[in-house]
Structure formats: structure tokens, C-alpha cells
Design a binder for this molecule. Structure first.
Ligand SMILES: *Cc1c(COP(=O)(O)O)cnc(C)c1O
Length: 230
């Protein structure tokens, strides 16, 4: 099942890229394996997938320890400061930094361990009360504050769009994140890159790609429904 699903997903990504005039290969598929067993991750690995996404620090650490070391783990969940130790040094990218405090704690941990951490700033474009992420209008200031750190490196922006039946309803959210990343990129801030745009999930990744996503985070379409509430 997983392999068939991956083949379909990759085919769709390729088709959107063609339609949107983007190079195939300009979009990285992150297989979101949260709550799913190692057996299914191994199936995706055999298919050739090397980028996986997890949203719980300990779960990511356990899977990291069990699976091949050439996997790139993306941490996509809310990160509590006391769980930084499980994630830094294991995740290739932390997608969900949304406060100076969290960035400072990551920096301090990196300093202590002699590590570096690549991060994205999570922006709450949809301005939903319940969602994590910094407000769009506060993003540039946060980026500037983190830019001075020695070990934490900003690589771009991430957003979680609302769940909608019609993906078109999220197009303006993706466009707004892209615009924000272009605006910040133009400032040429030292130690800040805006090359990564992490947006789009099972229901809306095609629209996200049309609007410039470089990384899509797809779970359900690959591994099936998750039966526990997160
Ligand atoms: C669970 C999750 C995904 C994947 O969602 P699907 O709808 O299953 O594709 C993507 N991004 C984040 C941040 C998630 O928590």
C-alpha cells in the first residue's frame, strides 16, 4: 500500500511541477510518519524515501535510533524546551520555531553540545487562535533576532494551513507565506536563508506547490488515516 501511495503522490507532484513550470526535483516530499510503525517507514524507505516527518520529540528519537542513519528527519511538531535534547542533533530541520525563547533554548543546547541546528520559522498565516506559529507581521523581527545566533540557522518559513474540503481555499495562505519569504529574503540578512518554504499537506499540497512550496509534508495520502487523535 505505502509503495503504491508513494508512486501516486510522486506522480502528482511531478504533474503539478510541469503544470506550474517548476523543475521536478524542486519539491521535496516529506513522508509524515507520525504515529505510524517502523514497519511502514521501512516500506517507504525501500521505495526510496529518505525524508520523514515526525511531530513528537521522543517518537522521533526512537525511530531515529531504530532506522538507517541516512534518513533525514524533519521535526514538524510543537517543540517543548525540555524535549530539545531529543531533536537537536537528530533532525535535519526543525520546522516549527515560533518564538525567540524556543530559539534561545535551542541555541543554548547547541552551544553546550557543540552542535548546529537548521530551523524554519513557523508562521500562523491563517491567524487561527488554536494554531501555533508567529504572526506574519512579527516574523521579520523574530528572524532578525535569531539571525545573530551562532548555532541556529534560519533556512526559511513554514505554515500549517487550516483543514479545508476545497484546497483552493488555502491558496491565499500559501501565497501570503511565499510573499513574506520573498520580502524577508530581499533584506539579505546575515545567517538567514529563505530558500525553504514548507507548506502543503495531504489535502492541499498540489495548490501549495503551485504557490511555491519547496517542501510538502504528506502523511495520510502515504500511510493512510491515523486512528489516534493528535
Ligand atoms: C500531521 C501533519 C502533517 C501531515 O498531515 P496529512 O494531512 O496527514 O498529510 C503535515 N504537517 C504537520 C505539521 C503535521 O502535524
Amino acid at each position: 500500500m505505502v509503495k503504491e501511495n508513494l508512486a501516486i503522490t510522486e506522480e502528482r507532484i511531478k504533474a503539478v511541477c510541469e503544470r506550474a513550470g517548476r523543475k521536478p526535483g524542486s519539491v521535496t516530499l516529506i513522508a509524515v510518519s507520525k504515529t505510524k510503525p517502523v514497519r511502514l517507514i521501512e516500506e517507504a524507505y525501500e521505495f526510496g524515501i529518505r525524508e520523514f516527518g515526525e511531530n513528537k520529540a521522543q517518537e522521533m528519537k526512537e525511530k531515529y535510533d531504530m532506522l538507517p542513519k541516512n534518513i533525514s528527519w524533519h521535526f514538524i511538531g510543537h517543540l517543548q524546551t525540555n524535549k530539545i535534547k531529543y531533536v537537536v542533533g537528530r533532525a535535519c530541520l526543525i520546522h516549527s520555531v515560533d518564538s525567540l525563547h524556543l530559539a534561545e533554548e535551542i541555541e543554548a543546547y547547541c552551544e553546550k553540545k557543540g552542535l548546529d541546528a537548521d530551523i524554519l520559522i513557523e508562521v500562523n498565516v491563517a491567524q487561527e487562535e488554536t494554531k501555533s506559529g508567529i504572526k506574519p507581521e512579527e516574523t521579520e523581527q523574530l528572524v532578525k533576532n535569531i539571525a545573530g545566533f551562532s548555532h541556529v540557522h534560519i533556512k526559511g518559513l513554514m505554515t500549517i494551513a487550516p483543514f479545508v474540503e476545497n484546497a483552493e481555499n488555502n491558496r491565499m495562505i500559501f501565497r501570503a507565506l511565499k510573499d513574506l519569504s520573498v520580502d524577508i529574503g530581499r533584506k539579505n540578512i546575515d545567517n538567514v536563508s529563505m530558500n525553504i518554504l514548507s507548506m502543503g499537506m495531504t489535502n492541499d499540497y498540489e495548490v501549495a506547490i503551485e504557490e511555491g512550496a519547496t517542501h510538502v509534508r504528506v502523511g495520510t495520502a502515504i500511510f493512510g488515516e491515523r486512528n489516534i487523535v493528535l
